[in-house]
Write a protein that binds this ligand. Sequence first.
Ligand code: IMP
Ligand code: MG
Length: 179
Amino acid sequence: MKNDILKVLVTESELNQKVNEIGAAISRDYEGKNLLLVSILKGSVTFMADLMRAISIPLKIDFMAVSSYGSGVKTSGVVKIIKDLDIDLSGYDVLIVEDILDSGMTLKYITELLKTRGTKSIKIATLLDKPSRRKADVKADYYGFDIPDEFVVGYGLDYDEKYRNLSYIGVLKPEVYAK
Ligand code: IMP
Ligand code: MG
């Protein structure tokens, strides 16, 4: 698995430190609120698991699975809901937890959808942000790292469902796509 990685972009200890910082900020900002973390499966599970433990105030969690039509390294912009939330969102301060904000099409779709469900507020926490690739008008309220326009894997992020279990964020060797 490691042989497929061109370079490490964010190390495990950098991830740790950043997630703790974001958790501390959320704990301050959401004090006294009705916080619900919504993790977008599957890429954000690792971030979600670490982030929720870095938050010191009461919270609830829920999960949603979506897929953008088409596979490979590009998003089509059309989002399909594979698994919807279990919790009724009315009255919650929802914080969407995402692995990466790329074109923004996925998060745009999800925020617009969840807004129609009686939420008190909706914000976005993304671990990674590729601002140069943005097509939809979305911005993250909390983000970990700005990264260049390179396809990354690890810490939950996949290529063809692989590499999610790497404990760092790495850039894949281009020849891996060519296989
Ligand atoms: P967006 O709708 O273009 O913002 O796409 C967001 C989704 O595309 C993320 O949740 C990821 O699943 C996937 N994605 C975008 N860039 C990468 C990447 O560099 N590595 C792995 N997955 C990515
Ligand atoms: Mg994803």
